[in-house]
Design a binder for this molecule. Structure first.
Ligand SMILES: NC(=O)c1ccc[n+]([C@@H]2O[C@H](COP(=O)([O-])OP(=O)(O)OC[C@H]3O[C@@H](n4cnc5c(N)ncnc54)[C@H](O)[C@@H]3O)[C@@H](O)[C@H]2O)c1
Length: 247
C-alpha cells in the first residue's frame, strides 16, 4: 500500500458501513484521517464499529436533509471542520423493465442513488467553504455511462451523479474545494454478490481484464482523490473499470 498523507484530516464516509465505503474508511484511517462513518443500516454499523474501532459510526438516513444537517453539526462540534466527504450511499434496485416500473419505486431508487449524494454534498460544501478547503468524492458506475438493462433508475441515478459532480466541481473551481467522481465497473463486493447470476455474467463479460475489480483498488483511487495532491482535477470522472469504459 502506498502512503497517502491524510494526517489529521477529518473525513465523513456516507454509506460507509459496508462494501466499498467501509474499505474506503479503512484506507482513509490508515492514511491518518479521523473518519466518521454514516449509514442507515444499524447492524452493518455495529459490524463496522468492530472492524474499525477508531472510526465514529452514526446512524444517518442520507435521504433526510434534517438528519444529515444534524450529523454535520456534530462533526463540526467535535472537530471544528470537515476536510473530506466520500459519498458511497446506494442500493441496487429490483430487476424490472422500464415499461413495468412503478413510479413511486422509480422515485425511491433515484432518491437513494442520487439525491443522497446531493444532500451530503450540500452540507459538506457549507462546512468546507468556511475554511476554503475540501475534497469530495462521489460514486458513479459504468451503468451511468452505458445504461443497465432492467435497472434503469440505478443507471439514471449514476449518470446524474456524474452531472452533479461536474456541476459542483465547476461551481467551486475557484475555491479550495475539489469535487470528483469515481466510476467503477463490477467490483467484488457484497452488493455484487447479491446480483442475479445472469447480471453478474453480463457485467464480468464486459470487462477486458476478465475479472472483477477489488474494493481496495477502488479505495486506493478514492484516497488519492481525497488528498491535497489532487489539486488540478475537479468535476472529473475517474474510470476504474478494468478497461471496460471507452469514455
Ligand atoms: N459494488 C459494485 O460492483 C459497484 C460498482 C459500481 C458502483 N458502485 C457504487 O459504489 C457505492 C458503494 O457500493 P457498495 O458495493 O459498497 O454497496 P453497499 O450496498 O455495500 O453500500 C451502500 C451503503 O449505502 C447504505 N445506504 C443505503 N441507503 C441509505 C440511506 N438512505 N442512508 C444511509 N445509508 C444508506 C447501505 O446501508 C450500504 O451500507 C454505491 O454507490 C454503488 O452504487 C458499486
Amino acid at each position: 500500500m502506498n502512503r497517502i498523507d491524510l494526517a489529521g484530516q477529518i473525513a465523513v464516509v456516507a454509506g460507509g458501513a459496508g462494501g466499498i465505503g467501509l474499505e474506503t474508511a479503512r484506507r482513509l484511517a490508515a492514511s491518518g484521517a479521523r473518519v466518521a462513518i454514516w449509514d442507515l443500516n444499524e447492524a452493518a454499523l455495529g459490524a463496522a464499529a468492530n472492524a474499525l474501532p477508531e472510526a465514529r459510526t452514526t446512524c444517518v438516513d442520507m435521504m433526510d436533509e434534517t438528519a444529515v444537517s444534524a450529523a454535520m453539526e456534530a462533526v463540526q462540534a467535535e472537530h471544528g471542520r470537515l476536510d473530506i466527504l466520500v459519498s458511497c450511499t446506494g442500493q441496487e434496485a429490483r430487476r424490472c423493465a422500464v415499461v413495468d416500473w412503478d413510479v413511486a419505486a422509480w422515485r425511491r431508487s433515484l432518491e437513494i442513488n442520487l439525491t443522497t449524494t446531493f444532500i451530503a454534498s450540500k452540507f459538506a460544501v457549507r462546512e468546507m467553504m468556511k475554511r476554503d478547503y475540501g475534497r469530495i468524492v462521489t460514486m458513479s458506475s459504468t451503468s451511468g455511462k452505458d445504461g443497465n438493462p432492467f435497472d434503469s433508475p440505478y443507471a439514471t441515478a449514476k449518470a446524474g451523479i456524474m452531472g452533479l459532480t461536474k456541476s459542483l466541481g465547476k461551481e467551486l473551481a475557484t475555491t479550495g474545494i475539489r469535487v470528483n467522481c469515481v466510476c467503477p465497473a463490477a467490483i467484488d463486493s457484497p452488493l455484487f454478490a447479491r446480483l442475479p447470476p445472469e447480471q453478474k455474467q453480463f457485467s464480468i463479460g464486459k470487462i477486458p481484464l476478465g475479472r472483477l475489480g477489488k474494493m481496495d483498488e477502488v479505495a486506493a483511487l478514492i484516497a488519492w482523490l481525497c488528498s491535497e495532491e489532487c489539486s488540478f482535477s475537479t468535476g472529473a470522472v475517474f474510470d476504474i473499470s478494468g478497461g471496460r469504459s471507452t469514455y
